[in-house]
Design a protein around this ligand. Structure first.
Ligand code: ADP
Ligand code: MG
Length: 377
């Protein structure tokens, strides 16, 4: 990183910061419904080498972004002006300004091992790495939760992606060996021990290598649908419903909204159940909860796709305890929980099934609960 930074900017960076991607164990499309989620940070992460500038310029370079250094002015950032990958890091500087923090310019160089667009939150990793770098360089004294919300604001307000806060909270607040039990409404989170390897289990992320275009508009439509259902039911958010309320309230809604509400309510319950199991040390018992979550996303939310379903079905047929699509949907990655010695044969079987179906080869990424964002150099 230092070498690359020096080559690009002709000076040494003041430091290097890392922020991980994430997989969400359970609790999908619940964050914007004020609900619960249970992500882990993964070992794959984004690095940002940074150096302050006194002249207010904000220069951005990425080993992954093809193209020259992006040259901006930290004081003159407005949403819509940056339309490339630079919107994510520039958005963080904009969001800091908006929140009243007097930060100046910087030179930033980015390099990442989080596959981009794979549902593993490379965008949140990028935002959080930049937010943590700025926090240290400009001595803002902000904690990980506040930095995560700044990062989310950057993605919503500057990059124009209406995501919830789960990805950024996971990248900023997760710790090694634990899942993060998020309560979005309460604004609180709790570490829950998650060490499948200690029980002879493995967690595999399978990047299907597809991202169906449908995804972008559909996310906003799902979010609007959930908000409309809550309004029709006179609730602040779907978080306010429990499984016991379903028979009563589903009669009051049109059928499309019934499906959305059923997913959100049962998914929140699955998070609670998963947390209890993990606290009791029953990691393998998480499997059926993961699979039930997938079925709910496939049949009720209808955001799975043939490739993700093929991973889940193949993994289960080869002895996985459970599997589900993770992330926003319409492609991206699937997580598989299995006995450690089943992980490799499952990977082989999935790869073979993709070949037989004529799909592009998937990428297999063994994952574990890793540390959240931090300074590394
Ligand atoms: P995901 O967050 O699931 O990986 P997104 O579509 O939300 O998918 O974010 C991917 C986008 O984030 C990329 O298209 C790119 O604009 C930006 N991005 C992420 N990581 C990097 C990186 N290392 N360098 C440049 N841009 C990146
Ligand atoms: Mg993203």
């Amino acid at each position: 990183m230092r070498e690359a930074f020096r080559r690009i900017y002709g000076a040494d960076p003041e430091g290097i910061w890392a922020a991980p991607g994430r997989v969400n164990l359970i609790g999908e499309h619940t964050d914007y419904n004020d609900g619960f989620a249970l992500p882990i940070a993964i070992p794959q992460h984004t690095l940002v080498a940074a150096r302050r500038r006194r002249d207010g310029r904000l220069r951005l370079h990425s080993a992954q972004g093809d193209g020259p250094v992006i040259d901006l002015h930290a004081d003159r950032l407005t949403p819509g002006v940056v339309t490339t990958w630079g919107a994510y890091p520039a958005g963080v500087v904009w969001a800091l300004h908006e929140a009243g923090h007097r930060v100046g310019g910087a030179d930033l160089h980015v390099d990442s091992t989080v596959p981009s667009g794979a549902g593993l939150s490379s965008s949140a990793a990028l935002e959080c790495a930049v937010a943590f770098a700025y926090n240290d360089l400009y001595e803002l004294g902000l904690g990980p939760t506040v930095l995560a919300l700044i990062a989310q604001r950057a993605e919503n307000g500057f990059a124009g992606v209406p995501c919830g806060a789960m990805d950024q909270l996971a990248s900023a607040c997760c710790t090694d060996g634990a899942a993060l039990h998020l309560d979005i409404r309460a604004g609180t989170h709790e570490q829950v021990p998650f060490a499948p390897q200690a029980q002879g289990l493995g967690l595999l992320a399978v990047d299907t290598r597809v991202k169906h275009d449908l995804g972008d508009g559909a996310y906003a439509a799902l979010r609007t649908g959930c908000e409309r259902a809550a309004r029709l039911l006179g609730l602040a958010a779907l978080r306010d419903l429990g499984p016991q309320d379903l028979p009563r309230v589903l009669e009051l809604l049109p059928s499309r909204l019934v499906r959305l509400v059923r997913h959100v309510v049962t998914e929140n319950a699955r998070v609670t159940q998963a947390v209890s199991l993990l606290r009791a040390g029953q990691v393998a018992a998480l499997g059926p909860i993961l699979t039930a979550g997938h079925v709910s996303l496939r049949d009720d939310f209808r955001i799975s796709c043939a490739e993700s379903d093929l991973v889940v079905d193949t993994a289960l047929a080869h002895g996985a305890h459970g599997a589900r699509m993770t992330g926003g949907g319409f492609g991206g990655s699937v997580i598989v929980l299995a006995e450690e010695d089943r992980v490799e044969p499952i990977g082989v079987a999935v790869t073979e099934a993709f070949r037989a179906a004529g799909y592009q080869a998937p990428q297999l990424l063994p994952v574990a609960a890793a540390a959240g964002a931090r300074r590394v150099g």
